[in-house]
Design a protein around this ligand. Structure first.
Ligand SMILES: Cc1cc2nc3c(=O)[nH]c(=O)nc-3n(C[C@H](O)[C@H](O)[C@H](O)COP(=O)(O)OP(=O)(O)OC[C@H]3O[C@@H](n4cnc5c(N)ncnc54)[C@H](O)[C@@H]3O)c2cc1C
Ligand code: SF4
Length: 475
């Protein structure tokens, strides 16, 4: 988004990306192959701490937007208020950001999922909300011509998703900007407190093996390697204050699978077409979800006959997911010494554990509200299959520890947090200008000092758009 804005001004823009550029020909519905080819660490990236915590990040031109569900939400007013009050980000008000959200939403064609592509899984989610008297919304996504094929996580073969490689980067290249893919950035070129570009190497897109050294010089350098990648680059370049890579925030998530007498065919319908914001202010978001049978099969009963029985039931099952705000938990990114690989730690805090517990219970209540007979929760200490009502009660009553509730998160934020005071943990100012070096900016979800309260990508894009309008005034 930033490259797009800068490209419009006539600036000479060079975008460097470690992963390859992908086209619909590169997408297939095999999740294992997709993760191995286009995700960091082949899809096995995980944080260590009081819980095993997998986290997926995309390694391709366009980043997460290429494989994500395209959900776009503006941040909660209460979250922005906290950024202002607790972090001195007084210029990041709803009013000041509104034109940037408007511009991004227009460029990416963000709109509500339509009823004709919902499929039964999304409809069941909506009916559950209605039966429980909860609010529900059609999800706003960047798409044009979505067929409801439910395969966003393996890439949109129908060219319907307006990921930023297709909207934004393309126009920047048409305006004369350059893109170098398969170049891994290792560190920044430092010159007496100023940044003068990047050092890295070309990588083989199939094997990830390093080939030729790369050196690119620039008047202004912007690091946008994501909340995991950016702290690694900054720290390897000598910016080793604790704040760099500290305060990493995740949205810990969960999912519940339920069976129905009727045919659901959960793979039909928009990957995530309906969500509920009913519980958002208490830090819980609920969504309909699809992401290949093998992704969810880890939750199925483990005894072989049972496993087979539930695999056969897939056409009659549905999946709903939930995630929590992560306010009580803490993550941290460092790099493994002598390498450019991240070392991620994450401890799930007590209040988030209880929120996660409640999210699981709420999802079970939803299945109960639409006549599901059985749910599979994957929660340690509970029977593998239960009635949804019984499961909701048992989950609420239980005293679970962090390892009992299966969780993961693909929403990573913080690590290069904005703030007015570098002595109080801020890595950048409210524009993303790094306090510790000149001519250096950060532009990704790493900037968030805390959760925006919603799915993160639209907020990052609005901040990028804002910086894209400011930088030409400075250079
Ligand atoms: C499966 C999935 C579904 C999701 N669904 C949603 C959703 O529906 N809505 C939502 O808001 N969020 C969603 N997210 C999260 C969202 O995709 C991310 O929050 C968002 O993409 C983060 O943007 P970013 O620019 O910070 O980082 P990224 O999108 O991760 O971009 C960083 C880029 O930098 C590159 N890079 C990293 N290190 C280096 C290096 N050393 N050298 C060169 N290049 C490097 C990476 O390859 C990547 O392309 C989802 C994520 C996943 C994985
Ligand atoms: S649901 Fe299918 S058609 Fe729609 S954006 Fe996702 S992959 Fe593309």
């Amino acid at each position: 988004m930033l490259a797009h804005e800068l490209g419009k001004t006539g600036a000479r823009v060079i975008l460097v990306e470690a992963g390859p550029r992908l086209t619909p020909r590169d997408f297939h519905q095999d999740i294992g192959k997709t993760l191995a080819s286009y995700f960091w660490e082949g899809g096995t990236r995980a944080a260590r701490g009081n819980v095993f915590f997998p986290t997926l990040q995309v390694r391709a031109l366009g980043g997460g937007t290429v494989f994500n569900s395209a959900i776009c939400m503006r941040p909660l007013a209460s979250s922005l208020q906290r950024w202002q009050d607790d972090h001195g980000l007084t210029d990041l008000t709803e009013e000041a950001l509104a034109p940037h959200f408007d511009a991004v939403e227009e460029l990416l064609g963000i709109r509500e999922a339509s009823d004709d592509i919902m499929g039964r899984r999304n409809d069941l989610f909506r009916e559950a909300c209605e039966n429980l008297g909860w609010s529900w919304e059609r999800i706003r996504r960047f798409e044009e011509g979505c067929r409801g094929s439910g395969e966003c996580i393996t890439g949109c073969r129908h060219q319907a998703k307006n990921s930023v490689d297709r909207r934004g980067i393309r126009e920047m290249v048409e305006a004369g900007g350059r893109v170098y893919t398969s170049v891994h950035v290792d560190e920044l070129i430092m010159d007496q407190g100023k940044v003068r570009g990047i050092l890295g190497a070309t990588v083989n897109p199939a094997t990830w093996g390093r080939k030729h050294p790369v050196r690119i010089t620039a008047r202004c350098t912007i690091v946008a390697a994501g909340a995991i990648g950016t702290p690694v680059i900054l720290r390897r370049s000598g910016m080793t204050r604790n704040a760099v890579g500290d305060n990493v925030v995740f949205h810990p998530s969960c999912f519940i699978m339920g069976t129905f007498d009727e045919l659901v065919q959960p793979w039909n319908g928009a990957t995530q077409g309906i969500h509920s914001t009913e519980h958002l202010e208490r830090g819980i978001k609920l969504e309909s979800l699809w992401a290949t049978t093998s992704t969810f099969s880890r939750g199925l009963p483990r005894q072989p006959k049972q496993f087979k029985r539930y695999l056969k039931k897939w056409p009659h099952m549905s999946v709903f997911d939930g995630w929590v705000s992560g306010e009580a938990s803490r993550g941290r990114v460092r790099h493994i010494p002598g390498t450019n690989r991240p070392d991620i730690t994450f401890d799930l805090g007590e209040a988030d554990l209880r929120r996660l517990q409640e999210a699981n219970a709420l999802l079970c209540e939803m299945f109960d509200a639409v006549g599901s007979k059985e749910v599979v929760t994957g929660i340690h200490g509970l029977p593998e299959v239960m009635s949804p009502r019984e499961a909701a009660d048992e989950i609420r009553k239980g005293r679970f520890s962090a390892v009992d509730l299966p969780t993961a998160s693909n929403h990573v934020m913080g690590g290069a947090a904005m703030g007015s005071d570098p002595d109080r943990g801020a890595v950048t100012d409210s524009w993303g200008k790094v306090w510790d070096a000149d001519d250096l900016y950060v532009c990704d979800t790493g900037l968030f000092p805390s959760s925006p309260g919603v799915n993160p990508q639209l907020t990052a894009m609005a901040l990028a758009h804002r910086l894209g309008q400011e930088l030409p005034r400075r250079y």
